[in-house]
Design a protein around this ligand. Structure first.
Ligand SMILES: Nc1ncnc2c1ncn2[C@@H]1O[C@H](COP(=O)(O)OP(=O)(O)OP(=O)(O)O)[C@@H](O)[C@H]1O
Ligand SMILES: [Mg+2]
Length: 408
């Protein structure tokens, strides 16, 4: 097993398209790293460079300590699993899984033993004599996985291997792939455009946008401390609410101006944000996760209150997903539009017309007293506020409490 390192790797296709730009990324030995981003951001290109199927324009690719830019794919000792897992239709499951081992010239007994072990791990033992056409989609995908793991390679590269499966099977296979990887401890670079897949599977996640790495971190780090608006809006479902707001000084504390409302922040709430704490009318993009909006009744009285029109209450047991409208200005960034366009063009147009910032999503417990067509009060825990620079989209990150205390 080995690490895989992208050292300032750039890929320019012959037509001039720059698909990957100065990518620095190290997948640790034994790690499961997910590369995620919208369609066309360069995921497959990055993976194919690691596999040796695509020439590297600039930078170095290392497997372990060895630079492999000029090493032939067959000599890299890595196995790929693609979205379309071409199985040989005239071969049985056993023969399909055994094929790479036979090509490598392994002894018959060794081949049999490895195939049996992989089949056992993948729940394919009963199906070994069947032909691929007599298998379900999930079973076929498992055979493709089997063909990759029998080789016991240094690393796995997987490009959206589950995207042809239906939602239920995908969930099941997600767990199976993770369990297998934990068992074999094989370094894995896994590509998907699905943030849920990324969040549930990755030890760490790398978010790519237009060929540029945006952030690398654990699922928790990306969720709790997104580096910029793009990551903030890409990770999480429903996505983070983003509104235009102004942070201003009020007495000894601070206030947030949000549309026509003033949210009074408890004293010290911005201590971790020296850039904002002493500010006089600083415009920011304010980010609120859907779970940051709480029923006001019973919430901590020191938390700021927000009034909003309840437009729609969706029942999603055990929760309710509530759509709210505020008169605050939307923040429609290039990233917002790009993400919406990835879903569909009409949604992007809707956003342009409506402004997403003015419609908020709240995730409330099923017992919430909030009713459609009313105006309701919501409490916001100050620790759940995210701030971003309006012009660059970069997060205004909190400093650690000790650091903030030292600079105060
Ligand atoms: N052979 C090629 N020649 C020129 N441009 C290419 C080539 N292959 C890919 N591209 C471009 O490079 C960019 C990255 O493509 P890539 O296939 O790596 O994206 P991706 O993130 O895998 O997208 P998807 O999620 O749709 O699979 C895109 O703009 C694509 O059009
Ligand atoms: Mg791709």
């Amino acid at each position: 097993m080995a690490s895989i390192t992208f050292d300032r790797i750039t890929k320019r296709y012959p037509d001039g398209t720059q698909a990957v730009s100065e990518l620095d990324l190290a997948i640790r030995d034994g790690e499961f790293l997910v590369l995620v981003g919208p369609s066309g951001c360069g995921k497959t290109t990055a993976l194919r460079m690691a596999a040796g199927l695509e020439e590297i324009s600039e930078g170095r690719l290392l497997i372990g300590d060895r630079v492999v830019n000029e090493v032939h794919p067959s000599q890299r000792d890595i196995a790929m699993v693609f979205q379309s897992y071409a199985l040989y239709p005239h071969m049985s499951v056993r023969e399909n899984i055994a094929f790479p081992l036979q090509c490598a010239g392994l002894a018959k007994a060794e081949v049999r033993e490895r195939v049996d072990r992989a089949a056992d791990a993948l729940g394919l033992t009963e199906l070994l004599e069947r032909r691929p056409k007599a298998l379900s989609g999930g079973q076929r995908q498992r055979v493709a996985m089997g063909r990759a793991i029998v080789r016991q390679p240094q690393a796995f590269l997987m490009d959206e291997p589950l995207s042809n499966l239906d939602a239920k099977l995908r969930g099941q296979m997600r767990a199976e792939i993770r369990n297998l990887q934990r068992e074999y401890r094989t370094t894995t670079l896994y590509v998907t455009h699905d943030q849920v897949e990324a969040m549930t599977m990755g030890d760490r996640i790398a978010v790519l946008r237009k060929g540029v790495l945006q952030q690398l971190g654990t699922p928790e780090e990306l969720y709790e401390s997104p580096a910029n608006l793009f990551v903030a809006e890409f990770i999480g479902s429903p996505p983070m609410n983003v509104l235009s707001a102004t942070v201003t000084r009020a007495g000894s504390g601070s206030e947030l101006l949000l549309g026509s409302q003033r949210l009074v922040l408890p004293a010290g709430a911005l201590d971790a944000y020296p850039e904002l704490a002493g500010a006089d009318a600083t415009p920011v993009a304010l980010g609120l996760r859907p779970e940051a909006l709480r029923d006001a009744a019973g919430a901590d009285p020191s938390w700021p209150r927000l009034l909003a029109d309840v437009e729609l209450v969706e029942n999603l047991p055990p929760e309710k997903l509530v759509h709210l409208r505020l008169d605050a200005e939307p923040v429609v960034t290039e990233a917002t539009l790009e993400l919406a366009a990835d879903v569909d063009q009409a949604a992007a147009e809707d956003l342009r017309a409506l402004g997403r910032g003015s419609v908020l999503h709240a995730r409330l417990p099923g017992t919430t007293p909030v009713r459609e067509g009313t105006r309701a009060q919501f409490a916001v825990p100050p620790s759940a506020l995210h701030f971003f620079d309006l012009s660059t989209g970069q997060a205004i990150a909190p400093q650690s409490p000790r650091l903030a205390a030292a600079t105060a």
